[in-house]
Design a protein around this ligand. Structure first.
Ligand SMILES: *Cc1c(COP(=O)(O)O)cnc(C)c1O
Length: 455
């Protein structure tokens, strides 16, 4: 008889994995390396040192080490909010009247409200270990900035966050959480950097963009002794740290002899998707198991499903390294109507290569259908999901409904990356019936792709 599955599968503290998993070690085609934007040659560790911490650069460039020890101090911090529960969505299954078995790995149980803390604490640790004074970063809606502020306050590091000006003004709540943790939050563009002053003189009324905030944060890191820049998604090192999600999920599933059929994650820069799915994809790469893995992205920012696999800039300002990834072009900006997050034009190089090699599929979903799924989930499962996470909920529901048609009892696991308490403006739009689905036209995407660097 099947062992009774509890609503929440918690692990004991000692069952938390003490190593991260580096999927690159198992990939036959390795992800392409970052290129210097000027020489177009692969970036060396020395070139990256003024920007990033040494140990993080080593992780960024390491294609070979399969398991990386999680430092003791990081594990200690993880224990404050991990293991995160793997929840059996009994109520959602009942509401859908599906034979499918649905599980979600919930990463929203910490003050920052998302999975981003998993990498923030690791990045702050390596900065501290290197003897740095502080770090700089950018944040859009604020999840990453909040996570990094918490991590820096734990290690006694100074944290300078450039927050996209319109978010700084319209979303004061995460800003205040950051300040409570001691971070210095500057609306971007600002007059504290040369690039900020230049942008302000050209566009005095601009409300900022993520690309511009990145440029300011990088400049601030380079120009202050003892500071480095840290980034919350896209990079190989971030994906590595996020594998704690998938590794814990594997331990929990094995405990109850559960084998998933389908694994689903939302995709912005690819870090939670890779964090959840790459340990499973590793089994596929080694020929040990087979899974259907699905990445879910917004139809208004469809990097995997409509982008091109090419070298591109990671930032709008075109000063950052070039990465080979599925991209819509660094000048692509999703419609202002888009409220569901996941707005980055590109994608993790690791996940891009794995997608290119056929290890998973991708789907683009429209935001009204995402908020419909979010609302059902909130009502039956009790947790108000982040709009980003709700992309994964949408496809989990779609797959469960397919099971209802076919009568198959598939096991579905999806990543619930965070909570939606600070995204109530988006919920308001949906509840007022004012949310629009704006999908870029082929012409818009083509014109943005035409500006890709010629390599
Ligand atoms: C940042 C964020 C994402 C998207 O980032 P990835 O790097 O694609 O994981 C998804 N969900 C939440 C709650 C986030 O804060």
């Amino acid at each position: 008889m099947e062992k009774k599955i509890p609503y929440k599968i918690y692990l004991e503290e000692h069952e938390i994995p003490n190593k991260w998993y580096n999927v690159r070690a198992d990939m036959t085609t390795k992800p392409a390396h970052l290129l210097n934007p000027i020489s177009l040659k692969p970036l060396t560790a020395e070139e990256l040192e003024p920007i990033f911490c040494k140990e993080l650069i080593a992780q960024e460039l390491d294609d070979d080490t399969r398991y990386v020890d999680i430092p003791e101090d990081v594990l200690k911090f993880y224990k404050m909010y991990r293991p995160s529960p793997l929840v059996r969505a009994y109520f959602l299954e009942k509401a859908l009247d599906t034979p499918a078995k649905i599980y979600y790995k919930f990463e929203g149980n910490n003050t920052s409200g998302s999975h981003k803390l998993n990498s923030a604490i690791a990045q702050a640790y390596y900065a501290k270990k290197q003897g740095l004074k502080g770090v700089t970063t950018e944040t859009g809606a604020g999840q990453w900035g909040t996570a990094l502020s918490m991590a820096c306050s734990y290690f006694g590091l100074d944290c300078q966050v450039f927050m996209v000006k319109c978010s700084y003004e319209q979303k004061p709540f995460r800003r205040e959480v950051m300040r409570t943790y001691g971070a210095k939050v500057t609306p971007s563009p600002s007059n504290t950097t040369a690039i900020g002053r230049k942008i302000l003189s050209e566009y005095p009324d601009t409300t900022g963009s993520l690309g511009c905030a990145i440029s300011e944060a990088v400049e601030a890191a380079i120009s202050q002794p003892g500071y480095r820049y840290e980034l919350g998604s896209v990079l190989n090192q971030v994906l590595l740290h996020q594998t704690i999600i998938g590794l814990e999920t594997q331990v929990a599933l094995r405990k109850y002899h559960i084998k998933p059929d389908i694994i689903i994650g939302c995709a912005g820069g690819g870090s939670n998707l890779g964090g959840l799915a790459s340990p499973f994809i590793g089994e596929m790469l080694r020929g040990e198991a087979d899974y259907q893995v699905i990445a879910v992205e917004p139809a208004s920012c469809p990097s995997f499903t409509r982008g091109r696999f090419a070298y591109d800039f990671c930032d709008t300002g075109m000063i950052c390294p070039l990465a080979k990834m599925y991209t819509l072009g660094s000048q692509f900006i999703p419609s202002a109507n888009h409220a569901g997050g996941l707005r980055f034009h590109g994608m993790s190089t690791i996940m891009s290569q794995l997608y290119h090699d056929g290890f998973f599929e991708a789907r683009a979903v429209e935001q009204n259908s995402v908020f419909e799924a979010a609302t059902l989930f909130a009502r039956v499962e009790g947790t108000l999901p982040a709009p980003e996470s709700s992309h994964a909920i949408r496809v989990a529901i779609d797959e469960a409904l397919k099971c209802k048609e076919s009568g198959e009892a598939k096991t579905i696991v999806f990543g619930l990356t965070g909570t939606g308490y600070f995204d109530l403006k988006a919920y308001e739009q949906y509840n007022d019936g004012k949310m629009q689905d704006v999908i870029p036209t082929d012409e818009q995407i083509a014109s943005s792709l035409a500006k890709l660097p010629k390599i």
